[in-house]
Design a protein. Structure first.
Length: 456
């Protein structure tokens, strides 16, 4: 039996070329067979189709058409974020140029746990993380690459705990669930939850909480949010930063969603106060159009990262470090780590600030267009004007169970993917618009589908 070809090395590109044609053909066929934003029939139908297609996952004898068959099955059964009617989650359609760069990263397979596994990738990561940290903090700061908001938030709590030996997390009722999980994982007390009556943290309630909390002032970590997952709202960051300064509290801002506004000259003022945070979570697989994963944690004081330093003789021996080989273990809690920075670097270099900012402006404009259509339609109720690119709405007069049923019906039929959010004691449909290619007609179609499946 012949040895399968490798993806890199002198023969790698020639080995990949016909396989890429196979993948592209399978993607095209699967997308056509799906015929919509997600497969019709619901979970059982999709599961049965996948089982029937795959058969024996580990046969005794391999099959030469496995690549085509499985990629086609994945595409046919995908929820495709590039379809304008797939608008439920913070799940962006990745740019073609970023996806192509990700192929190169997979083929070369550097691992950023030691310089001798990733010589160029380690330097590229340094350049890009410093540039993105400067977007947040100006000329200071540093940033680590993470798998996304959850890991970034966990790291932020870890750095706070190590800086103060103990820490009490204070967050809004609108905060991402990963902050609560991070407190649990790190053995911290249950977070103190501050009311968010309008969907954003109440500064007066935060002031009261920080005043009444026992213990040293420096042991408090306030976590604010710039882009909530339910409505895309942004906490009053300047007010929160002022309160943290007055109470001697550390500030973390989860800007996994809203951080992309930094690239937009039109919208970046919504993030005023971001640079006053000790740590900031960013996710470029949201408003950055990257394939998953593309998360970062920006840190105002690079010295905070010293607590992550770790020694493993086979990766960063003292004499190697003293001889000038970069030490990468302190750049992550992970050991083996793929070069996710390449796709980010290629995107930033290809589009530039104006190009990325234009994409941000486009999806924000789409959200306002959808809000206009909803506000003008007597059959719908709009929650509020969008802050970023999330729009909440519901059929006017419909009970919550009917709103939930409309969403599930559209999912089951494969017609549209809408999210859900519970705010002000009611259930809302959520459209998260991250596709810059969306057209006004697509937005009108989305509303017609909801209207046509709402019980009268």
């Amino acid at each position: 039996m012949s040895t399968p070809p490798l993806a890199s090395g002198p023969e790698g590109p020639d080995a990949l070329r016909p396989l890429l044609e196979t993948v592209l053909d399978a993607l095209r066929e699967g997308t056509a067979a799906r015929g919509g934003p997600l497969p019709a029939g619901g979970p059982q139908t999709v599961a049965r189709r996948v089982r029937d297609t795959v058969g024996d996952v580990l046969p005794r004898q391999g099959t030469q058409d496995a690549l085509h068959v499985l990629v086609r099955a994945l595409a046919e059964g995908a929820a495709d974020p590039a379809d304008p009617l797939c608008a439920a989650h913070l799940h962006c359609p990745p740019l073609a140029v970023a996806t192509a760069a990700d192929l190169a990263a997979a083929a070369l397979n550097p691992s950023l746990d030691s310089w001798d596994q990733a010589p160029a990738a380690s330097e590229l990561e340094t350049l890009v993380t410093q540039a993105l940290a400067h977007e947040v903090y100006g000329t200071q700061g540093d940033a680590l690459v993470t798998t996304g908001g959850t890991e970034s938030n966990q790291l932020a709590l870890l750095l706070a705990r190590e800086a103060h030996s103990a820490v009490q997390l204070v967050c809004g009722a609108n905060a991402h669930h990963s902050l609560h999980r991070a407190a649990w994982l790190l053995g911290l007390p249950d977070p103190v939850v501050v009311p968010a009556p309008a969907g954003t943290m109440d500064p007066a309630a935060l002031d009261e909480a920080l005043t009444e909390l026992p213990g040293p002032r420096g042991n408090f970590l306030v976590a604010a949010t710039a882009g909530t997952t339910d409505a895309g709202l942004i906490d009053p960051l300047p007010d929160i930063a002022d309160l943290c300064a007055a109470h001697g509290a550390r500030l973390h801002i989860d800007a996994a969603y809203g951080g992309g506004l930094l690239f937009s000259d039109r919208h970046r003022t919504q993030l005023d106060g971001l640079d006053r945070a000790h740590t900031v979570t960013l996710d470029l697989h949201k408003l950055g159009w990257q394939p998953v994963a593309a998360g970062l944690l920006a840190v105002r004081d690079p010295h905070d990262l010293a607590v992550l330093q770790h020694r493993a003789d086979y990766l960063n021996a003292d004499d190697d470090t003293e001889a000038g080989l970069p030490d990468l273990l302190g750049r992550s809690l992970r050991t083996t780590r793929r070069p996710d920075i390449l796709k980010i670097a290629v995107t930033l270099k290809t589009l530039g600030r104006e190009g990325v900012g234009a994409l941000v402006d486009q999806v924000c404009a789409h959200a306002h267009e959808l809000a206009d259509l909803i506000a003008a339609h007597p059959g719908f109720e709009l929650y509020d004007r969008p802050t970023i690119s999330t729009v909440l709405f519901r059929p006017a007069g419909a009970p919550d169970d009917a709103v939930a049923a409309v969403r599930r019906t559209l999912l089951h039929q494969g017609r549209a993917v809408l999210g859900r959010a519970a705010l002000d004691g009611r259930l809302w449909l959520k459209a998260t618009l991250l596709n810059p290619h969306t057209r006004p007609g697509d937005l009108a179609t989305l509303l017609k589908l909801v209207e046509g499946h709402t019980p009268q």
